[in-house]
Every structure is written in C-alpha cells, then in structure tokens.
Design a protein around this ligand. Structure first.
Ligand code: G16
Length: 565
C-alpha cells in the first residue's frame, strides 16, 4: 500500500471557539466556514499533547446535519496527527451515553462527540463538537480552557487530503491506511451492541419484559417512548422493541433518527415534547411516557394522563429506590449529587439514608471526579439529566429503565410513587423559566446588576412580599465550587438568592445556546405538609419576587418566558 502524505495547512484563529457547558455549539453555517471545523479539531488534538500519538479515539454523534463532513475531517486530521485508530459508530451515529460507555469499555484515550444535544438541527440550525476524556465523561474545565487557548493562537493544522473517506462510515468493518509509513485504522462498529449489553448487566431484563408484555396475572404496562427523531431511536428499537417486547406501533414513536430532527426542537420538556404530553392526555390507556433529546442524554418522565415528574423529583425517587436495580445491589450505593440549580429533594433522601450529597455547578463534567473516586452513585440535574456511575454522561435510556424497574418493584403508578414520596419527605416545588434568544448585552447587564446587588450586601436581611407570602433573604452569592477530589475551583456558576425558609431563586445564563443569550430563572420552595398543590400556583409569589429583584422585563424586554418547566 502506497503511503499517503499529510500536509500542513496555514490557518488563522477564530475568536469564538470557547467551549460552553458541554462543548462548542454554533450554527451549522459557522462550522462550514473555511477552516472553522479543522481548527477546532486540531486544537482538541493539540490539547492532548503527546498522548495523542498512537492513541485510539472514539467518534460519533447524534447524526445531525453536517455530521458526515465533520467525521471525514476528523479522520483526515487525526491520521495526520499520528492517532493510530478511530472507532466510529456506524453511519456516524452514537448517542452521548453510548459514546461514554464505549470509551470506558475499550479503554481508549477519549472521544469526539458530534452533537448540539437538545438544540435543533439541520442546515439552518446547530452543530456541536465536544471532547470526552478517558473516563468517558466530558472534558473538565482545565482541558476545555486549554483547547480554547489553542484556538486563539492556532497557525496551522495537519491533514491527509488524499485519505479516501467517502462512504467510509456507511459500512461496518475495518479499513487500514498507511499514512507516511504509519498504520492508521478506522473501525466502523455497531452503535448499539455494547450499550445494550451494559443495560442488560445493570437491569433485570426478564422482569422488565414481564412488566411491558404483561403476564398471566398482570396486564401489560403500557408505555409510550418518544425519541423526537433523535439518536435514541436506534437504542429504543434495540432495547425496548427487540429485547423487552414493546410494540413498534404502539409503544414507541419518532424512532428514526433524522438529520434535522424533523424540524422539531428535540428537547424533552413540556413545551417541546408537547406531542407526547398530548398523546398521554388524550389516551388514558398509557401508563407511562418518556421523551429523549437529540443525543439521548436527557429524559422526561410522565405518568398516566401526562402526570409530570420534575427531573429533581425523578432523581430523589430513584435515589430512594435504587436497591431494586441489580447494578446497585452489586456495586453498592455511595453518594448522591445534583447540580446547584436542581431542587434539593434528593438531599432529603441522602440525609435519611445516611449518604453523602454533593452540590456541583451546572454541567455533567462536574460529577466525573466524584464518580471516579467512588463517592457518587447517582446524580441528576434539573435540565432533564439523570444518570449513575455506570458511565460518565447522563443517560436518558438508563433513566427510563430505572423508572420501569422501580415501577415493577413497587407495583404502583408513577403518580402514586410521587405522592408516597412527598408524604415521607415533603415536596420541593420547582419551576424553571427560560427566556430564549435574548439579546446578549442586556442579558449580561441584568446579571451584572444582580452581581452588584450581591456585592452591595443590601439583599441579606431584606424581606420581599408577593401574593400572601413574605420571604426574607438569608444569603446571596454567586455560586462557586471547590471540587472535593482535585480541589479545582469553578467560580461564577450562577446567582443564588437563598431565603430563610429554604426557598431559592437562581439566575444563570445558559451555556449551551449557539447564538444570543438564554436567561434561566430557577425557582424553588419546600412544603412539608402541603404537597398536593399546583406547582405554578405555589411558586407564583416567588416568581414575582424573582422578576422584581432581577428587573428581567426591563433588561430583556420579555413579558413572558419562552419555556416554563
Ligand atoms: C448540558 C450539560 C448538562 C447541563 C446543561 C445545562 O446539557 O451536559 O450537564 O445541565 O448543559 O444547559 P444550560 O447551560 O443551557 O443551562 P446537554 O444535554 O445540552 O449536553
């Protein structure tokens, strides 16, 4: 085989390649700009230093528009940078949790994940690239900071232009190349096999099959899973239809991954997964519903008649019932964790069970060290993320299997399980207001104004009233976190206004958007006895106070949020 030659291409830096909460996310047309994708890929490899030489990396993503050209670029650049092997999901498809799983199973250096997660896809919408490290989790801040630094200085990238990539990801199998005398291998593998095996090890599939199919003495438990045209479709088919006997006609929907997600917003919340909500409300034969996002790490859980489980409650309920899942019987239950804006329901479970509880900044990457140190078994975020230490990403399919295991074990409906939980622990009412695509400058000014209020010290001790409620501020700060394992510090992770009765108001700017600013306001209160009220009604006074303190309407010009969760 004649050796292929690599070349060095001169380039200039882009000033907007700072990775956000989970990787670099931009409009497709930005990634299409000359050298934009090439620069970023080269900087990821440079950030890894010498370790990249001779290394194996995993590549895959949610299959959104621009995935194929991006994979071809990665193949050519990796080969020129002395990577020895790429393991790529068939057709470029790999859910984010499945990438995490295969990185761990194959014990490789890391992976490049091509996704903008829950952001819309297609030529007019978003693309994204992120790097996951050898534990299978998103790169920590020190690596993404290094990548960003490099993107601001890059002068050249290396590439093997003659390496034939056309249709390479369409066919399972191994291709070998000689690049300047070195062996370079591309292996295209089935994207589901390893992940399905992992789920079989974690859960009792026989019990779950009996739940879904029914038995002589129990009727089928009727589920409806909505993949929202995202990547989970292939996993839903492999696990729920092929393994657990769910009906491909009645129990699953939108399971063919589309590169534009069928022009929907693949974000599993009450606004963007309204189709599923409507279906469950219209047909009370369904006992359970769940939706997933584009790359399969987020989940939304619904009960009969679309009874909504907040992600914060979902985490707490799972924490309280983990022992019915074989994986936790085998590995034990260590600590729990949640991101700072996530309601504190799981903290109460941790206290009762005598487990450690951690509060980390928003971003799954902050859970990784705790898991690697054996101090964290289960964690979650209000942003529809739930997962465990089986991998280092949140995992939508896992969350549904976990919920079905709890239901199978308790023989109760979703609503009954929640009501029982609130009776024992009280209820952390929670809602999140999103103001999407605001202008960046006024949104920044609003945050600055809040910073100023905190710095002035005038908030603490002040009382605010709305409706028939009065709340007194106990503490106000900009959240900062010291990682208990490596002592790294993450500052400015969200404005917190904490009230004497435990209620909280949190303000953050989203780190996952591709343009403009999305303001998120998180509102939480706790009730010991009054647990069956409507969350929006309960939280209305605090919402009004939150809008008053932030002057959100004045700064953003928005009368109403885009999404209420
Ligand atoms: C990403 C991270 C999550 C995080 C979320 C926050 O989610 O993986 O850990 O909670 O971003 O988003 P934002 O900064 O917009 O509030 P994903 O699903 O987009 O990868």
């Amino acid at each position: 085989m004649a050796a292929l030659q690599s070349v060095v291409v001169e380039t200039t830096p882009f000033d907007d390649q700072k990775p956000g909460t989970s990787g670099l996310r931009k409009k497709v047309k930005v990634f299409m700009e000359k050298n934009y994708t090439e620069n970023f890929i080269q900087c990821i490899l440079d950030a890894l230093g010498d370790k990249v030489k001779g290394a194996t990396l995993v590549v895959g993503g949610d299959g959104r528009y621009f995935s194929k050209p991006a994979i071809n670029t990665i193949i050519r650049i990796a080969s020129a940078n002395e990577v020895s092997k790429l393991i790529i999901g068939h057709l470029g498809i790999y859910s984010t949790p499945a990438v995490s799983a295969i990185i761990r199973q194959q014990k490789v250096l890391g992976g490049i994940v091509l996704t903008a997660s829950h952001n819309p896809g297609g030529i007019r919408h978003d693309f994204g690239i992120k790097y996951n490290i050898e534990n299978g989790g998103p790169a920590p801040d020190y690596i993404t900071d290094r990548i960003y630094d490099l993107t601001r200085k890059i002068k050249q990238y290396k590439i093997t232009p003659a390496l034939e990539t056309d249709r390479i990801i369409d066919v399972l199998g191994t291709s070998k190349f000689n690049v300047e005398g070195r062996d370079f291998t591309v292996e295209i593998i089935d994207s589901t096999k390893n992940y399905v095996n992992l789920m079989k090890e974690i859960f009792d599939f026989n019990k779950l099959r009996a739940l879904i199919r029914g038995t002589e003495s129990t009727p089928p438990f009727n589920i409806l899973l909505d993949s929202m045209n995202g990547v989970t479709g292939v996993y839903v088919r492999a696990i729920f239809v092929d393994e657990l006997g769910a009906s491909p006609d009645n129990n699953v929907c939108r399971i063919v991954p589309l590169d534009n997600f069928g022009e929907i917003h693949p974000d599993p919340n009450l606004t963007y997964a309204k189709d599923l909500v409507d279906k469950l409300q219209a047909d009370n034969n369904y006992d359970f519903g769940a939706a997933f996002d584009g790359d399969g790490d987020r989940n939304m859980i619904l009960g009969k008649n679309a009874f909504f489980v907040t992600p914060s409650d979902s985490l707490a309920v799972l924490a309280n019932n983990l022992e019915c899942i074989p994986y936790f019987k085998k590995h034990g239950i260590h600590g729990f964790a949640r991101s700072m804006p996530t309601a504190a329901a799981v903290d109460r479970v941790a206290a009762k069970l005598g487990k450690e509880i951690f509060e980390v900044p928003t971003g799954w990457k902050y859970f990784g060290n705790l898991m690697d140190a054996g101090r964290l078994s289960l964690c979650g975020e209000e942003s529809f993320g739930t997962g465990s230490d089986h991998i280092r990403e949140k995992d939508g399919i896992w969350a549904v299997l976990a919920w079905l295991s709890v239901i199978e074990h308790k023989r109760m409906s979703v609503e009954e399980i929640l009501k029982e939980h609130w009776k024992i622990y009280g209820r952390n009412y929670f809602t999140r207001y999103d103001y999407e695509e605001c202008e960046t400058q006024p949104a920044n000014e609003m945050m600055k104004q809040l910073e100023g209020l905190i710095a002035s010290g005038t908030l603490v001790g002040k009382s605010y009233s709305a409706g028939n409620k009065t709340y007194k501020v106990e503490k106000a700060d900009n959240f900062s976190y010291v990682d208990p394992i490596d002592n790294s510090v993450a500052k400015n992770q969200g404005i917190r206004i904490l009230f004497e009765d435990g209620s909280r108001l949190i303000y953050r700017l989203s780190g996952t958007g591709s343009s403009g600013a999305t303001v998120r306001v998180y509102i939480e209160c706790y009730e010991k006895e009054n647990v069956l009220s409507d969350a929006q009604v309960m939280l209305k006074p605090l919402v009004d106070i939150g809008l008053q303190i932030s002057q959100l309407k004045k700064f953003t010009g928005r009368e109403e949020p885009t999404v209420i969760t």
